[in-house]
Design a protein around this ligand. Structure first.
Ligand SMILES: C[S@@+](CC[C@H](N)C(=O)[O-])C[C@H]1O[C@@H](n2cnc3c(N)ncnc32)[C@H](O)[C@@H]1O
Length: 246
């Protein structure tokens, strides 16, 4: 089933033009990194504001930030930036990303019929994990105590990778879990695995709640004890994320 949640023809043309301008940028190499915002679309600004609002909620809450569904690492990079901005000395605020780095695992019947949902959807290029590790390591160099690594990328089907991570790190308490895998099975299983490790005041956020192309994420939430027992809040800056505070 073709998704209706795509940009209009006009929006696509605008973005194509912006992409072309970005690729042929006259900004000299030495200035580029500090002027990436020139090409940032307003929607991306909204996303940063949304993640900022979420992050500020956990400033007084102990524990790590976990993201399920990393892809190119846009959110992880922002989370590390927010940590540097708000709590550079918080040595225990690790940022941990889970992904196959090979796209979606096999969807189930609960994932609907959108042509956007299929095995290996949203995969990344070969060896991208190593590239992202290099980038995030450099971001961490801007933080005091940079010799203490405070992020990790966990590769594999998320429920298996999370089980392994929790067994290897029994000290783990989770202050924020951000779900962005889009599909039912890993979202449901990771939610269940996480609950014993989440503390009061922690935030659990979901990127695709009520999105008709990705019903599986909403179903996983609805089947959990969270649904109906806690207010389901939403970002004031963008259609997503949706979140609960424990
Ligand atoms: C929408 S993308 C994530 C976008 C990302 N949060 C960002 O910052 O742009 C969805 C990601 O979920 C991952 N994914 C889907 N099923 C998964 C599973 N069973 N285990 C781990 N990752 C999975 C995909 O590989 C893909 O990278």
């Amino acid at each position: 089933m073709r998704s209706i949640y795509f940009p209009s023809d006009k929006e696509q043309r605008t973005r194509e033009l912006l992409r072309t301008l970005c690729e042929g940028t006259p900004i000299p190499k030495e200035d580029r990194l500090d002027h990436l915002e020139v090409y940032m679309r307003p929607q991306r600004v909204s996303e940063i504001l949304s993640l900022d609002a979420l992050y500020r909620r956990i400033l007084g809450v102990h524990g790590v930030v976990m993201e399920f569904g990393v892809r190119w690492g846009r959110h992880l990079s922002i989370f590390i930036g927010l940590r540097t901005r708000y709590e550079p000395h918080n040595l225990y605020r690790k940022v941990i990303g889970f992904d196959t780095f090979e796209g979606f695992t096999t969807p189930t019947d609960k994932d609907g019929k959108s042509d956007r949902v299929h095995g290996h959807a949203m995969s990344v290029s070969t060896d991208y994990k190593a590239h992202l590790e290099e980038v995030l390591t450099l971001h961490e160099q801007e933080t005091p105590g940079a010799h203490i690594r405070r992020f990790s990328l966990e590769k594999g089907d998320a429920p298996e990778a999370l089980t392994r991570y929790l067994a290897d790190h029994p000290e783990t308490i989770v202050a924020m879990a951000y779900f962005d895998m889009d599909i039912y099975q890993p979202t449901k299983e990771c939610l269940e695995l996480l609950m014993p490790h989440m503390t009061k005041g922690a935030v659990i956020a979901f990127d695709q709640i009520s999105h008709p192309d990705f019903p599986g994420e909403t179903m996983a939430l609805k089947e959990s004890a969270l649904f109906g027992s806690l207010p389901l809040e939403r970002s004031q800056h963008a259609p997503y994320p949706t979140f609960v505070t424990l």
